[in-house]
Design a binder for this molecule. Structure first.
Ligand code: NAD
Length: 469
């Protein structure tokens, strides 16, 4: 889903809010409410600050390379700017701005006290040595230091970055700002460097939770305890019923996971080890390969292999080394497999109008940001599929980031259990709010429902802060 689609969706949601009861308590006059909502739409469709800079790195061969780098601060009405930094060859200003907008919406949807930002460096980290990556990370902080800080803008890891890179960045931030509080300047740090235990696993755990909560808690509760028929969403209801009957009959639910990094490997492990409902992970992929085994892949062995080699096994020899059996296919093949659940944990724009007709999974979960286009979302929903959108599903990381940031302010640390429990109970509250609203309304996608809840919060804050005159 591209920046223009995100902005258009914001416009559509705001237009619909004009016809609803929203803000009627605050503003009774219809004309005034319309003006206020138009202003809010304009503010939220546009971005506070886009900073582009260039990082110069001396490569191992002695050559100097100039690399584009970005920090985009979309909106901070609900708190300090917050959002990851990605190292990827796909990074562009428009991609980073889109991701910053999604962060504003995600934090508002989940009621977190942060605004939205994102950072990016146009590099493929695989092509750089450790020394070069260290230089890139430190220079990123030098370039954007004036705009970063624990009460200003708090980055975290994302695609292509990790706790090691964040630790280097914190080190540089501390050097640039001697004597100032620095532990809350970044989240996603290593545990040894004041990071939160469980941060690395949190996005993958939360992504799987968004789906299993829907099936095994929300659906079960509604099915057993209410007489509502959910006619507005009968196709999606039937999809849940079909999956429910499957596991009732001790038939494992099949799962495929695109991307086997931070988010994907953990989401796959969650499915593999899920004790409440039996799952079988029949396919996983990364940027080089899709591995398929209809009897189920041993995810624990795959995690051991990828921890060592930083990629999935790609040849029969490598599968042998990993002690695994699987069919080797092309990376994109994972998208069109027959499976019950497809979890996205790689990059944007994976399902678009080009391939939406070939998607066979019943439930699509966006662990990655923006993998499904607006057109594909509507088309697949019409077919009765359930698409759990990014800003709902992949917020585990920012929930734990909030706790990591809070730790630095109260100078205490929480245990892993405390952190994961707090994250899951907070996320479940948001899931319930979204699923209750989605299943009792007609037409719109679940993404629309999420945007609507998030925008209602943001617009209320803009209004209460007196920003809409
Ligand atoms: P990662 O770098 O750890 O892993 C990315 C995985 O995707 C790797 O297995 C890589 O091989 C694969 N991949 C890359 N390009 C691909 C392609 N073209 N086709 C198929 N696979 C490809 O990244 P991550 O942290 O796991 O992030 C994955 C996604 O989740 C991103 O969209 C990111 O924005 C989103 N996300 C991450 C977090 C987090 O806490 N890490 C939080 C929210 C959202």
């Amino acid at each position: 889903m591209e920046r223009s689609q995100t902005k258009k969706l914001i416009e559509e949601v705001v237009a619909e809010l004009k016809d609803q009861d929203f803000l009627k308590m605050d503003i009774t006059d219809k004309k005034e409410r319309e003006t206020v909502l138009n202003s809010a739409g304009e503010i939220l469709k546009t971005t506070d600050k886009i900073i582009k800079s260039y990082i110069r790195v001396s490569r191992e061969g002695g050559m100097i390379e100039r690399i584009p780098a970005y920090r985009v601060q979309h909106n901070n009405i609900s708190g300090f700017y917050k959002g990851g930094i990605r190292f990827s060859e796909e990074v562009s200003e428009s991609e980073v701005e889109n991701l910053a907008i999604l962060m504003t919406l995600k934090n508002a949807l989940h009621g977190l006290p942060f605004g939205g930002a994102k950072g990016g460096v146009h590099v493929n980290p695989r092509n750089y040595t450790e020394r070069e990556l260290n230089l890139i990370s430190k220079k990123y902080v030098q370039r954007f230091a004036l705009n970063l800080g624990p009460t200003q803008d708090i980055p975290a890891p994302d695609l292509g970055t990790n706790d090691k890179i964040i630790d280097w960045m914190v080190g540089e931030y501390k050097t640039i700002n001697p004597g100032q509080a620095y532990t809350g300047s970044f989240t996603g740090k290593s545990v040894e460097n004041n990071g939160a235990t469980g941060r690395r696993e949190s996005t993958g755990i939360g992504t799987f939770l968004s789906y299993i909560y829907l099936l095994n808690a929300w659906f079960l509760d509604k099915k057993e305890n209410t007489s509502m028929e959910y006619k507005e969403r009968s196709k999606q209801w039937n999809t849940l019923e079909k999956l429910y009957n499957k596991f009732k009959e001790a038939d494992p639910i099949e799962v495929a996971v695109q991307g086997f990094g931070n988010v994907g490997s953990i989401a796959a492990l969650e499915a593999y080890n899920c004790s409440e409902v039996k799952h079988r992970v029949t396919a996983v992929s990364d940027q080089f390969v899709t591995l398929i085994n209809k009897e189920g892949l041993n995810i624990e062995k795959l995690v051991v292999y990828t921890d060592k080699h930083k990629r999935l096994p790609q040849t029969s020899q490598q599968l042998k080394e990993a002690n695994l059996e699987a069919e080797i296919n092309k990376p994109q093949d994972i998208l069109t497999l027959h499976t019950d659940v497809l979890i996205f944990a790689a990059i944007e724009d994976q399902v678009t109008k080009e391939n939406m007709k070939d998607i066979k999974a019943d439930v699509l979960v966006e662990g990655a940001n923006a993998p499904v286009s607006v057109e594909a979302d509507l088309f697949l929903q019409e077919k009765g599929k359930i698409i759990v959108p990014d800003i709902l599903a992949n917020a585990g990381g920012v929930h734990v980031s909030y706790l990591e940031w809070k730790q630095s302010r109260v100078t205490e640390s929480y245990s892993k259990d405390e952190i994961l429990q707090e994250m899951s109970s907070q996320m479940k509250e948001t899931f319930k709010k979204v699923y209750d609203e989605y299943f009792t309304t007609r037409e719109h996608t679940m993404r629309f429902t999420c945007y609507s809840i998030a925008l209602r919060r943001l617009i209320t804050l803009l209004h209460r802060h007196g920003k809409l005159f």
